[in-house]
Design a protein. Structure first.
Length: 292
């Protein structure tokens, strides 16, 4: 097991001076400030072809899970720049696992230090997302949906319903004229005239997601500045949670988190910690006995 000195490691990171961010979607706008303010690192952008690893719009299917895709993305940038420190961001969007009608995003940010063979992951389940889809018939007016998803500051994607490779696909739509033209062309291709509209979740077309990546950047910096109590490696932070927060009425364990599990990316040490919000009992609405 490697042994680290926390303060020495932090100084070594700062001494590296530069860190590579692999992105084609302007994520430097969200991550340059956290890296500079928290670690004194200048962000160098690599626009390596990350689309080969998969695309949000589905033209290229993602072959790996979010973490492995993020790792491959970071390594592409490191290979292109020759730097030892790398960053990459990846996300997935869909229904909340417990509340299917609620859309959520799973955002992940990966830090790689090739010299010290260190990987640090920061991730969050992001409730602040405009992720949404709607299928239009010829008679439908999407105006209400467009307002809900923040159009035109947030771009949308249009494609024929039942889209197949080779069919038209219009990304980054941020004007009413462009949207109307795209919808008209999609209707010409769709056998039933239906068109699928969806939010464009690429960071440079989605200010809500860009803000989420910025928050994740500051969280990653805090983790990198936190040393493992066992080995001293950077990256000590929350890695899991422990369910069982007791109901405030009957004391029965609920599915809510009772404790956070903090861990180290280097030595594998894991320790339970009290919830940072100080909550010690759950509202009865979360109890299967008090609210069956």
């Amino acid at each position: 097991m490697a042994s680290f000195n926390g303060e020495a490691c932090l100084e070594q990171l700062k001494a590296s001076r530069q860190i590579c961010l692999t992105t084609r979607h302007g994520k430097q706008r969200a991550l340059a400030r956290p890296m500079a303010a928290g670690l004194g690192l200048e962000l160098i952008v690599s626009d390596a072809d990350t689309d080969q690893l998969g695309s949000f719009s589905g033209e290229i299917a993602r072959q790996d899970d979010v973490l492995q895709t993020c790792r491959r993305k970071a390594l592409l940038g490191l290979a292109a720049t020759g730097l030892d420190l790398g960053l990459a961001s990846e996300a997935s969007f869909g229904p909340h696992p417990a509340v299917p009608l609620l859309a959520v995003g799973q955002e992940l940010l990966l830090f790689i230090d090739r010299e010290r063979e260190l990987e640090v992951v920061e991730q969050r389940l992001e409730l602040r997302t405009n992720y949404s889809q709607i299928t239009l018939t010829a008679a439908d007016d999407p105006s209400d949906w467009l307002r809900q998803v923040g159009f035109p500051s947030h771009a949308v994607i249009a494609r024929p319903a039942g889209w197949r490779p080779g069919d038209p696909l219009f990304k980054g739509l941020q004007s009413k004229a462009a949207l109307l033209e795209a919808v008209a062309r999609c209707r010409q291709v769709a056998s039933d005239g239906r068109v699928l509209l969806e939010t464009d979740m690429r960071a440079h077309r989605n200010p809500t997601r860009m803000a989420s990546i910025r928050r994740l950047g500051f969280a990653l910096v805090r983790r990198l500045r936190s040393a493992c109590p066992a080995c001293g490696s950077p990256g000590w932070g929350v890695v899991d949670s422990e369910a069982g927060l007791p109901c405030s009425w009957c004391g029965e364990a609920t599915a809510l988190s009772a404790a956070e599990i903090w861990g180290c990316p280097s030595c594998g040490t894991r320790r339970p910690q009290p919830r940072r919000d100080g909550l010690q009992a759950a509202d009865p609405e979360h109890c299967r006995w008090c609210n069956p």
